[in-house]
Design a protein around this ligand. Sequence first.
Ligand code: FAD
Ligand code: NAP
Ligand code: SF4
Length: 678
Amino acid sequence: MPTPTRYPHLFSPLDLGFTRLKNRVLMGSMHTGLEEAEDGFPRMAAYYAERVRGGVGMIITGGIPPNEEGGFGAKLSTPEVADQHRLITGAVHAADADVKICMQILHMGALAPNPACVAPSAVKSRIAPFTPQALDEAGIEKQLADFARCAALARQAGYDGVEIIGSAGYLLSTFLVEKTNLRTDAWGGSFGHRMRFPVEVVRRVRAVVGPDFILIFRISAMDMLEGGLAWDEIVTLARAVEAAGANILSTHFCWHEAPVPTIATMVPRAAFASVTGRLRRAVTVPLITSNRINMPEVAESVLARGDADLVSMARPMLADPEWVNKAREGREDEINTCIGCNQACLDHTFGGYKQVSCLVNPRACNETLLNYGPTPARKRLAVVGAGPAGLAYATVAAQRGHAVTLFDSAAEIGGQFNLAKRIPGKEEFFETLRYYRRMIDVHGIDLRLGTRVDAAALQAGGFDEVIVATGITPRRPEIEGIQHAKVVSYIDVILGRKPVGQRVAIMGAGGIGFDVAELITHAGPSGATDIDVFAREWGIDFANHPRGGVTGVLPQVASNGRSVMLLQRKTDPVGKTLGRTTGWTHRMTLARRGVRLVNGVEYLKVDDAGLHVRVFGEPQLLEVDTLIVCAGQLPLRTLYDDLVAAGVKATLVGGAFEASELDAKRAIDQASRLAAVV
Ligand code: FAD
Ligand code: NAP
Ligand code: SF4
């Protein structure tokens, strides 16, 4: 008897004629960095197989270029490499013969970090390092042949299909868009000519792989480019690709260079699914939707509304390989939710193609290296501090069989995440706390909230080890007048404990300075939870779908009218240290609210008149009512020092270990690795 499920659409099979998908959840393509690693194939095999055991219906691999010029390292162009891929397909099919795995063929075109990169025209992307060489007729023929060879090799390697990426600013999509295709021959000009290359790729691939092989085409259903694709062009392309042999269309909503956030945590859940729904009504093949679908009820409602046939989740599968099983078994409250932060995944990919992992799950892409096996010797552990570091430590240690008591002086778990979750646009941080709260029950952790422990109590408790995860204390720079009533800490501001005036200076422009600026200038509902607000803020027109889906006019973001200056001492551009893939959205939002970003600041003193500074050596008085200090943090180690003095074995983790540049990614990673071996 099949298990009854709250998600009937999610768990219904999909018949493709020659084959069947066991459910509607697919793991979307993500470049992990393992593709280029020396030990990449066994690690990818373990990584994908774990998601198969977790219940996913179909996997799309990270992108593999069909030739040298299409990427920068890994490629599939010879039978020898196809043999190596067998490690992946073998592991996936051994884990569950009903699960399909398709290899994504990714030709990066002008975005390839490769001086030999090619494109329809020699148009350099603003985010790419090289100007591509324009393809001549022979070059086009070579690319088409390479695509076909790559697909044939993928079949030989045991894949069930291929996905061809025709979006995002990669090769195929640059043929489609006028600003990157300046050709006047039969591959450029009219839309019929511009779509000829992508359609021909699909036709050639279908011809070599035969009819009984999955062929997915990833289409830009909204490319977010001014002058991008018009809706009728998208429909024309979708139908042409279908006629050429694609049996699934996967909708994509971006070009990487488009200045509109499409997957960051500030994007509402399933914000773009309605666009897939619109395209679904224009074609007959099944449609995949994606972007910020991270929980089962969201995925189910997208399918129930008829917006898509399949739901693609990429980052959520990094965050929790068991996502599908947990949803099917009614254990959705145990899902470790992707919070859309990009910190360990896309920031790594786009920050120099470093290996990807996940902030909330450091095992992601490290399945062969980091495991939480049962402990051979159960210990009594005290973990002090239930912030991200303490929570991660306690969860992993308890999961391994240790007896864990978790103390926090606060009334709720979460530490600084309780501040983060109050920032508009960071609502997803609630999910991490919900996950850990549930893990405390699942693993039988003895949670003692409202309990500030000291060394004597811990010593008397008879613990085998004490883990000190007491976090940080905010830095308060010693400048004249720092005790003035107008100087407040970010903690008091975020918790609403101190009033904030109309004219504000923020000292320190790190992640917290930016978050505080967002909080104190914000007006109205958060765009992260309201698709209409989000669309208005970023100039997206879902109703009329102008070219690219964008209006080209960025309206002023709603602001509460406060006059705010965000200050730093460094002469670097303000916000340079923010996340690679998200920093620009924060800088842009604040700029549009009129927040002044000021670098090269020397703080002199605070008095009734305001904050006295020198900016690049020039004395200035900033007439502010409030100065909010966000000047970094120092480790809070009082308890640790007391324990050491009392001769108690103690281990530091998270901010208590090192506060400088600490984020939750490092805190959770460090704590999990230590708890894996305790
Ligand atoms: P903390 O979170 O500080 O937790 C320490 C805990 O120890 C607290 O709960 C405290 O009550 C408890 N404690 C202290 N002393 C005792 C004692 N003696 N007895 C009992 N309990 C005690 N990081 C990111 O990666 N991405 C973000 O987007 C992000 N946004 C942020 C936004 C804001 C507004 C803030 C403030 C932080 C943000 N951070 C972010 C940083 C992140 O929250 C921290 O890096 C992380 O919380 C550090 O974890 P921790 O467990 O070391 O310390
Ligand atoms: P931070 O990023 O280290 O920034 C601290 C800021 O304070 C810097 O702008 C620094 O710039 C300034 N500063 C340092 N010492 C100072 C001093 N003595 N006097 C005056 N200014 C001083 O730290 P944070 O903003 O407190 O954030 C803590 C951690 O949380 C960060 O590591 C960050 O990764 C994480 N976080 C991340 C996000 C995110 O979105 N990813 C959001 C929030 C927080 P100058 O030295 O140039 O003045
Ligand atoms: Fe999601 Fe952040 Fe993990 Fe990336 S690092 S998968 S965005 S939670």
